[in-house]
Design a protein around this ligand. Structure first.
Ligand code: ATP
Ligand code: MG
Length: 469
């Protein structure tokens, strides 16, 4: 359904950045969002908050996606209730976050995020400032709590000053993310000309780009993510700031970046997102060991990342499972290979030892930038280690490798490497494809052929007999 023109702002001429909050109400029936688009759980949270006398709205991605003809998936709620008041409304509520406190209402696996309207930080005009307040601690004592805090670069380290819905809209990142849906009258309030940005297919930031990116550098990669996902353009005034301020991504806590980077590549638009990140010079701030190897569009590193992301996008769009471990294993594979070679050249140790050291070093450097949870870093190492085991197939080795929990991911990765590098790697991939498909008898035959091709087996030296004491 088209959005009713009467509800839109008439001037669609060249708006650069929406700096003013100028709410436009789109009444029920003049926009496509209805209750049937909203999950039962989200609706029940909205209704409960309303019934307790609070204002509550759906906000952000779910409305934007619906207005763009996509199916909304996760439902975020904004309210004038404080975190403690939200908690008092729900038994299944937990409060989370220090930098940005919010409530999670938990329905089994489904979690509805509820945020209190954010306000302005009037006395935070200067960088490196704090805004404190006395609060009552659990013990009953009065303690000081930091509500808002900014570092020297202007980055907001705390953002817990509460405000009105207008202020909340102004504190959001992009104009298309500042639209609110009310369950009371089913209207949408478009605070910052988000509809216009959707119509013009431009990613428009609310406020001054430099200030907003300094406050939270993650907004730069969010801009790229939305441009790729929504097929929008990035205005020059944002792109210029990426070059100026991209390095500030180095100040973001690695744990937060892990979540945001997942959304970049596990979204179904990974190829496009990567291309934009690379084009705008942001990829190197996330993967400083890999980006320098991407020297041109034809190099093997570029082919690898494109192939891996193409496969990942296809899997996501076919609703197949993907693991972040595979992506990280691929992005860091050539840095590991290169580092292992340098170690060998410098110290002359064996490939096996050099490879082990290189894996540790490359992972260690990467987690300074993006935290990788242990369960994934273990899997990444296994995928890498299996690359060195896949060529070794004699005796029981092929069967041991085949039964390894990480075989499938390692084999998929080998196929991609084979596609790019060809030669022996491609043949090895084909061998493993056949080995999985044939009968147990034929597997034995394949191994015998391999043995013959390798020439006569080396005789093992007899082990020295243990001396009897
Ligand atoms: P997605 O479809 O990927 O979930 P989303 O817009 O819902 O997109 P979320 O990360 O779920 O993205 O954030 C929900 C909303 O919170 C956003 O729409 C935006 O209004 C606000 N928001 C999120 N991150 C920021 C940020 N860094 N700065 C300002 N506002 C933000
Ligand atoms: Mg969301």
């Amino acid at each position: 359904m088209a959005i009713s023109p009467s509800a839109q702002n008439e001037d669609t001429s060249s708006i650069k950045t929406a700096s003013a909050i100028d709410p436009v109400v789109v009444p029920k029936g003049q926009h496509p969002m209805t209750f049937s688009d909203i999950s039962e759980n989200a609706l029940s949270v909205l209704r409960r908050l309303n019934s307790k006398g609070y204002d509550a709205y759906l906000v952000g991605g779910c409305i934007r996606d619906k207005l763009m003809g996509k199916t909304p998936k996760d439902f975020d709620i904004a309210t004038n209730a404080t975190p403690e008041q939200i908690k008092a409304c729900f038994r299944n509520c937990r409060l989370i976050g220090r930098r940005f406190r919010l409530a999670h209402i938990v329905f089994g696996k489904d979690i509805i995020e509820v945020a209190t309207f954010r306000g302005h930080h009037a006395d935070l005009e200067n960088n490196d400032a704090e805004n404190k307040v006395k609060v009552k601690a659990r013990s009953g004592k009065q303690v000081e709590d930091v509500l808002a805090k900014q570092d020297q670069q202007g980055q907001l380290l705390r953002d817990n000053v509460f405000g009105t819905i207008d202020e909340d809209a102004e504190r959001r990142d992009f104009t298309f993310n500042a639209m609110y849906f009310s369950a009371k009258d089913q209207s949408i309030i478009d605070f910052a000309h988000g509809l216009r940005s959707i119509q013009n297919k431009r990613v428009e930031l609310i406020g001054d780009p430099a200030t907003r990116f300094r406050e939270d550098p993650v907004r730069m990669i969010r801009a790229v993510r939305f441009a790729a996902k929504l097929g929008m353009s990035i205005p020059d005034e944002l792109a210029t700031q990426f070059k100026e301020l991209g390095h500030l991504l180095g100040n973001i806590p690695p744990a937060r970046l892990f979540e945001e980077v997942l959304k970049l590549f596990i979204s179904g638009s990974g190829v496009k997102t990567f291309q934009l990140l690379h084009q705008h010079g942001l990829f190197g701030h996330l993967f400083p060991q890999f980006a320098p190897l991407l020297v041109d569009d034809k190099c093997r590193e570029m082919q690898l990342v494109m192939q891996v992301l193409k496969n990942t996008d296809e899997r996501i769009n076919n609703e197949q499972r993907v693991t972040p471990a595979f992506l990280y294993a691929a992005f860091l594979w050539y840095p590991v290979e290169e580092r292992a070679q340098t170690i060998i050249n410098e110290s002359g140790i064996t490939y096996h030892d050099a490879f082990n050291i290189a894996m540790g070093e490359v992972l260690h450097r990467q987690i300074q930038r993006i935290m990788i949870p242990k369960r994934f870093s273990i899997a990444i190492r296994e995928i890498w280690q299996l690359q060195t085991r896949l060529p070794k197939r004699f005796g029981r080795r092929a069967f041991q490798t085949l039964s390894h929990a990480r075989f499938r991911a390692a084999y998929d990765f080998l196929l991609i490497r084979g596609q790019i590098e060809g030669g022996d790697l491609m043949e090895l991939g084909e061998w493993w494809t056949e080995f999985q498909e044939v009968s147990p008898e034929e597997r034995k035959t394949m191994l015998n052929v391999l043995r013959k091709e390798a020439g006569p087996a080396r005789k093992r030296k007899p082990r020295p007999k243990k001396k009897a004491n």
